[in-house]
Write a protein that binds this ligand. Structure first.
Ligand SMILES: *[C@@H]1O[C@H](CO)[C@@H](O)[C@H](O)[C@H]1NC(C)=O
Length: 532
């Protein structure tokens, strides 16, 4: 059912006092949607003040900040008695609350009225499967299909004697699959779709992949099944919000290109997934002003942008209503309509050499060189270029030299420049060599690796002069990539993107930022902490 939007402003006074426009129902085509996970009491995992612990679901539906609430999580697909296990931390879980006989499935039927209240306010309430610690996965397509039947009967439009939310009918499912293979998930999605095809309301299917592209677990699934929206986790990874200003890390452009050219649903929406406070994830949290400006820039740059996803509701409310603040920023940028920016950068010229930071127009996007580049821009993670905006037009005439606007100094100027060391002090403007590149410090620094998460250093390109007769482009190919990727292993360098090691950043153990992330995104840990 297409959602109908009704503007419910009662007057100019209200408009002035309350910048959030009030709409009657969720609309997937808008650019200002806010999706906030609820169920895991993320705040309670790292704090002891119970006053800020996760509240009842209806608490988060009192105003118009939040449009979508994925309930997190179905933690185990096949638990006791063959039914799934549902864990909502302090709200409802199989240890503190009654379970259906012969199962590990908590009976959370008292939530039905809260769910229905949120739905009556036009919000979507969906069921999220997985989480970082989820016992998930299928042996094959038939198991995926059978599980879709189970989810349909227990939570969606079907019927069963074991409905954890009683009479409430959720609005769809979300796949937050952070481990294992994608086997069977496309069959799962297709089976849900086939049940939904004959239903009286629309059901939504979303996914929450990590920003590393393609997603290690769901990459193929996203390419073959139809999703309505994708909440990309731009956190806990080098491609996270902390590296928004680094073209070699930030990859929203890849997701936009995927949405428009690869996804079976070309209208799939891409959300910026963000931590709702500094304690909500291992890395990626941004002050609200920063997140707002990033989100608005993406909204104005990419037509697939759908809004912002936050992890999670408890953290957002404890952090000064972070959810409401980002909603205001998105609404202020306009919830409908997209105007393609003009392709203002010079057209890409084959055969030219471009220093890192150069911008060109090519194939409907403005691209920024991640490092010294000469190859044609391409929508894959290994490209030397990152799409920083969609655009219309073919771009200005290419410049004849390799120096493009905003470019950094040409390669070949490393002679006499000291090598970077972790103990040396550098002040703003001073240069150092590292990994075969010339770098310039933006400000005082000691111990911040060039290309690292602190963002202290500007990459001025490969040191062609240290490579004898090797051309700058060849130097970039041999020096710019391999050493960068190799730093992933030891230091989880943000500049490494995970192009060469996607599984490492997604399934890392030990002290990597992703390992921390997994803890943060693990319901089991949260509920254990709560019950302790
Ligand atoms: C689950 O149990 C906890 C602890 O006894 C209780 O506070 C909560 O209300 C219960 N949840 C439901 C949905 O009944």
């Amino acid at each position: 059912m297409p959602a109908t939007r009704l503007l419910l402003l009662s007057g100019l006074t209200v408009l002035a006092a309350c910048p959030v426009q009030v709409y009657a129902a969720f609309d997937n085509t808008r650019f200002d949607n806010v999706a906030v996970y609820w169920g895991q009491n993320s705040y309670g995992a790292t704090h002891s003040d119970t006053a800020n612990f996760q509240k009842t679901l209806s608490t988060y539906c009192q105003d118009n900040a939040i449009d979508v609430i994925p309930i997190a999580f179905i933690t185990t697909f096949f638990s006791t008695g063959g039914l799934p296990s549902l864990n909502l931390a302090n709200t409802c879980n199989p240890v503190d609350n009654a379970t259906f006989p012969g199962t590990n499935l908590a009976n959370c039927a008292s939530l039905a009225s809260d769910i229905q209240f949120c739905q009556s306010k036009g919000k979507l309430v969906t069921l999220s499967l997985g989480g970082a610690g989820g016992g998930v996965g299928f042996t094959g397509d038939s198991q995926g299909q059978a599980f879709a039947d189970t989810i349909w009967n227990l939570f969606l439009g079907g019927s069963s004697s074991t409905r954890p939310f009683g009479s409430a009918v959720l609005d769809g499912v979300d796949l937050d699959i952070e481990g294992g293979s994608g086997t069977g998930y496309a069959a799962f999605v297709n089976q849900i779709r086939s049940h939904a095809a004959g239903a009286s309301k629309k059901y939504y299917i979303t996914a929450a992949p990590q920003c590393v592209f393609p997603d290690a677990s769901l990459g193929t699934v996203l390419n073959t099944a139809s999703f309505d929206a994708v909440y990309v986790q731009f956190y806990n990874n080098p491609c996270g919000l902390q590296n928004f200003n680094s073209a070699s890390n930030w990859d929203f452009g890849l997701w936009d290109a995927w949405a428009r050219t690869t996804s079976p649903n070309p209208n799939v929406k891409i959300y910026i997934g963000a931590p709702a406070s500094s304690t909500a994830a291992g890395g990626g949290y941004q002050a609200i002003g920063t997140l707002s400006s990033i989100a608005v820039q993406m909204r104005e740059s990419f037509p697939s942008f759908g809004g912002v996803m936050l992890w999670d509701a408890s953290q957002a409310f404890a952090n000064g209503r972070y959810d409401l603040a980002i909603k205001n920023a998105l609404a202020g940028a306009g919830g409908t309509g997209f105007t393609f920016p003009a392709c203002a950068a010079p057209a890409f010229a084959a055969g030219s050499n471009y220093p890192g930071g150069s911008q060109v127009s090519f194939g409907g996007y403005v691209w920024q060189a991640k490092w010294f580049a000469s190859a044609q821009p391409a929508n894959n993670p290994n490209s030397d270029w990152s799409a920083i905006s969609a655009c219309t037009g073919s771009g200005a005439s290419p410049t004849s030299s390799s120096s493009a606007p905003g470019s950094s100094p040409s390669a070949g100027s490393c002679a006499g420049v000291p090598a970077w060391t972790s103990t040396a002090v550098f002040t703003g403007g001073q240069q150092a060599t590292f990994s075969g590149h010339l770098w310039t410090a933006k400000w005082w620094t000691q111990g911040d690796t060039p290309g690292g998460s602190a963002g202290v250093w500007t990459d001025d390109g490969a040191c062609a002069s240290t490579k004898g007769g090797i051309s700058a482009a060849a130097a970039a190919a041999t020096v710019g990539h391999a050493p960068v990727a190799s730093t992933v292993e030891g230091k989880v360098s943000p500049s490494a993107t995970a192009v060469a090691h996607p599984p490492a950043t997604q399934t890392g153990t030990g002290s990597s930022s992703t390992a921390k992330a997994d803890e943060q995104h693990t319901n089991v840990k949260r509920s254990r902490i709560f019950r302790a």
